[in-house]
Unconditional design. Sequence first.
Length: 343
Amino acid sequence: MKKIKLTQYSHGAGCGCKISPKLLDTILQTSREKMPFPQLLVGNETKDDAAAYDLGNGTSVLSTTDFFMPIVDDAFTFGRIAATNAISDIYAMGGKPLMAIAIFGWPIDKLDSTTASEVIDGGRSVCEEAGIPLAGGHSIDSPEPIFGLAVTGIADNKNIKRNDTAQEDCEIFLTKALGIGILTTAQKQGKIEDGDIDVAIDAMCTINKIGREISQLQSVTAITDVTGFGLLGHLSEICEGSNISAEIEFNKVPTLKNVKKYREMGCVPGGTNRNFESYGHKISPMSKEQKEILCDAQTSGGLLCIVKKQELDKFLEITSKNGLELESIGRTKASGKHLIEVI
């Protein structure tokens, strides 16, 4: 029986399918008068990972959705990655996920129902790992395979981490290495060597549960997860929302194994240039290598954390306890000539 390769049935891959930040801003513009919703603590104005609706008892319900086309060939693994990516938005807000419902599109004339079931089972396995039910969903006959989740969560209002609350003079940390877009592009182009994609799969299937724990620290002033807009895109959202600038030390930014090799082979996703075209004018001049790493679209990427310099010990204690030995990749500073300076 011929092994089905799901990536052959999609024009894009994972979060690389996202509409560029520049185009998305245009799409979201409206002339309609904005209705007031006092209980909506977090909407889309700050480009946060999830919406937060105040329940009036010191907690908020969190709501988010994320879905995309296959980024790997194996159906079960695709389901795992898509579910991990969606649930991450709740953890990035400092919340606890409660339940999820599936978003599923399938080309029923091209791919069989057994493969479809494997995708759903992959998503279900991650929901079980997060301790939540996959409680339902909606499916359509689609030209390309699509899978993701809408996730509901809850958070203490005092622990919600927003994109517009970062402060100057803080250290910047990233909990997963970059390069997922490059490695998955190498796979799609048929250039990946045996075993080299495994590090990317392991990273994409790692749930960002640590977000809920570190959100309880007042020293952590902002958290977001790094996905389709790349490190610089998501850091730009934090800087713009918080009216600050940032400095990134490129040599301290972690990358997955063999990313350099495949980047030099030309395995750079199209989303990288779309990302740079959207926000590159806000960044200091960069080399080609810096651009292709720092603008690389991540799928189910790590958490980008802004932490006060004076109170790093507790943050690093928690991350170390969770198996993460992190090093600061930069710092925030007063708003300057460039939104982000890469050094």
